[in-house]
Write a protein that binds this ligand. Structure first.
Ligand SMILES: O=CC(=O)O
Length: 320
C-alpha cells in the first residue's frame, strides 16, 4: 500500500492500533493534545482520520482535510458527533466500532442498575460523614431488582446484552421499546411495548438508545412524571437523550427513586454541577467502554477499517 497519511485525533490511542497502521505503510500523524485546534492544524492533506475523540467531526474539519480524504475510522459506536450526511455526499467512507464494546457497556449498565437502587453514593458518603446507623432497620434501604420489571429503551446489540445479563436476576418481566419488535426479544423472553407502557410499568428504565433527532430530550418532564415513584432511571446511551433539568427536578422532588448515569450533559460535567450534589444520583464519568481489552479492540477495529478502505476494500463495520 502506498504511503497514506492518517491523522490520529487523540494522543492516548492504544499502541497496537498505531502499530497496525504503521506496519501497513501508513504515515501516522498523531495530535499531541486532543483539541479541535490541534486537529484542524494537522488534518490538511490526510487520506484518513482515526477519530478517537468527542470533538465534532463537522464540515470545518472535512474541508480542512481536503478532497483526498477517503476514510474515517471512528473509535466509538456512537456517531452523533459526526456529520454523516456530508461525508456520505462526498463519498468519504465512515466506520464505527460496534459489537466489540457490547459486553463492557452492558456491564456498566448492570453496575448502575445495582448501584443506584442500593444508594451506593449516599451509603458511602454516610460512612465518610460518620452517619452509619447500624441499629436502624430502615436505614439506607433501597429497591430490589429481583422480581422487578425492567424496561430497556434501545434494544440493539447492547440492549440485548444487558437483557441477557439481567435474566440472571429473576426479573418479573423484561420490557423493551423501539421502532419494531425483534426476534431477539422473543428469544430473550422480553416483551415489546410502547414507550408509554414501558415508562408506566417499569421499576427500572435503562436507556441505551443512540442520540438522534428523534431521541433528543426524549426523557423529559412528561416522561419522568409517568415513572413510578419507586422507579430507577439508568442512562448509558447519550446525555442529550435526557432533558437533564427535568431529571434533576424529578430526583430532587423524589418523584422517582434514583438515577444511575454513565452519560450526562455536558461531558466532562463541572465538578460543582447540581447533578453531583444529589444523594439519589449515582454518576460515573462515561466509563461504558473503559476496559483495557475493549479499548484495544475498538482501536484495532478502527485501524483495520481505515486500512481496508485505503486498500479499496469494504470496511468491516461501515456506517457509510
Ligand atoms: O460511548 C461510547 C461509544 O459510542 O463508543
Amino acid at each position: 500500500m502506498s504511503n497514506f497519511k492518517v491523522l490520529v485525533s487523540n494522543p492516548t490511542v492504544p499502541d497496537s492500533a498505531l502499530t497496525l497502521l504503521k506496519n501497513n505503510g501508513c504515515n501516522v500523524i498523531q495530535v499531541e493534545k486532543e483539541t479541535r485546534e490541534n486537529i484542524l492544524n494537522n488534518v490538511r492533506g490526510v487520506d484518513a482520520v482515526f477519530w478517537a475523540s468527542d470533538v465534532k467531526l463537522d464540515l470545518e474539519v472535512i474541508n480542512a482535510a481536503g478532497p483526498q480524504l477517503k476514510a474515517i475510522g471512528l473509535m466509538a459506536a456512537g456517531y452523533n458527533h459526526v456529520d454523516i450526511e456530508e461525508l456520505r455526499k462526498r463519498r468519504i467512507r465512515v466506520a464505527n466500532t460496534p459489537k466489540v464494546l457490547n459486553d463492557a457497556v452492558a456491564d456498566i449498565a448492570v453496575l448502575l442498575t445495582l448501584a443506584a437502587p442500593r444508594r451506593l453514593r449516599e451509603a458511602r458518603l454516610s460512612i465518610e460523614n460518620g452517619e452509619w446507623m447500624p441499629n436502624d432497620s430502615e436505614w439506607m434501604c433501597g429497591q430490589d431488582i429481583t422480581n422487578s420489571t425492567v424496561g430497556i429503551i434501545g434494544f440493539g446489540q447492547i440492549g440485548q446484552t444487558i437483557a441477557k445479563r439481567l435474566k440472571g436476576f429473576d426479573l418479573k418481566q423484561l420490557l423493551y421499546t423501539g421502532h419494531k419488535e425483534k426476534k431477539e426479544g422473543i428469544e430473550l423472553g422480553a416483551k415489546f411495548v410502547s414507550l408509554n407502557t414501558l415508562i408506566e410499568e417499569s421499576d427500572f428504565i435503562i436507556v441505551v438508545a443512540p442520540l438522534t433527532t428523534e431521541t433528543k430530550h426524549m426523557c423529559n418532564e412528561e416522561f419522568f412524571s409517568k415513572m413510578k415513584k419507586t422507579a430507577v432511571f439508568i442512562n448509558v446511551g447519550r446525555g442529550e437523550v435526557v432533558d437533564q433539568p427535568a431529571l434533576i427536578n424529578a430526583l430532587k422532588k423524589r418523584t422517582i427513586f434514583a438515577a444511575g448515569l454513565d452519560v450526562m450533559t455536558p461531558e466532562p460535567i463541572p465538578s460543582n454541577h447540581e447533578l453531583l450534589t444529589l444523594s439519589n444520583a449515582v454518576v460515573i464519568p462515561h466509563l461504558g467502554t473503559a476496559t483495557n481489552e475493549t479499548r484495544q479492540s475498538m482501536a484495532n477495529l478502527a485501524a483495520k477499517n481505515i486500512l481496508r478502505c485505503l486498500a479499496g476494500e469494504e470496511m468491516l463495520t461501515p456506517v457509510v
